[in-house]
Design a protein around this ligand. Structure first.
Ligand SMILES: [Zn+2]
Length: 172
């Protein structure tokens, strides 16, 4: 299923990855990113890169079939579809093994715990509760059922994927 916006076989840009990672088919959603070696806890795993775009431009791009927008702050989003390191392929889980840290305008994906070779990397997208709910199929025992956050958890942490992402139902 070739999409003009996306290469058929995405790859990790090793300049932004701190460990050996690979892209492969995911049980969660389409492509996923997998560890190819042990990753200790609390280490920088990969930087989420892409074109920096305004919220207005992000809203426009959110109409595309596949959306890779990360909300950097109230003014800017990073679009991993353009110049993405591969981190944009990391799927959502309600029990993720990564968390995002924003440091001097860079989005760093850090390991929450030790990650074994072959494990799929996951992060909590933390979508707004007030946008269209996207069903979650992460398979975690504590799965909250949607990728969106419950109301009381909104903006508990700064890190989250752009809410625009949920305005279009993503193919699942
Ligand atoms: Zn889930």
């Amino acid at each position: 299923m070739a999409v003009p916006d996306e290469p058929a076989a995405p790859v990790i840009d090793p300049r932004y990855a701190c460990f050996r990672l690979r892209v492969g088919p995911s049980k969660i959603h389409r492509w996923g990113v997998f560890a190819d070696e042990w990753i200790p806890p609390r280490r920088k795993v990969i930087e989420y890169t892409g074109e920096r775009v305004s919220r207005r431009e992000a809203k426009r791009r959110s109409q595309r079939p596949y959306v890779y927008l990360f909300e950097l702050n109230p003014y800017w989003c990073v679009d991993g579809a353009v110049g993405g390191s591969g981190a944009e392929l990391i799927n959502h889980s309600c029990d993720p093994n990564l968390y995002a840290v924003i440091m001097k305008g860079h989005i760093l994906y850090m390991s929450k715990r030790a990650i074994a070779p072959g494990e799929e990397l996951t992060i909590d997208y933390r979508l707004d509760h007030d946008t269209d709910p996207i069903p979650c199929r992460c398979g975690a025992p504590n799965c909250r059922g949607t990728i969106n956050l419950p109301k009381q958890d909104r903006r508990r942490q700064g890190e989250r994927k752009s809410s625009e992402r949920s305005e279009r139902a993503r193919p699942r």
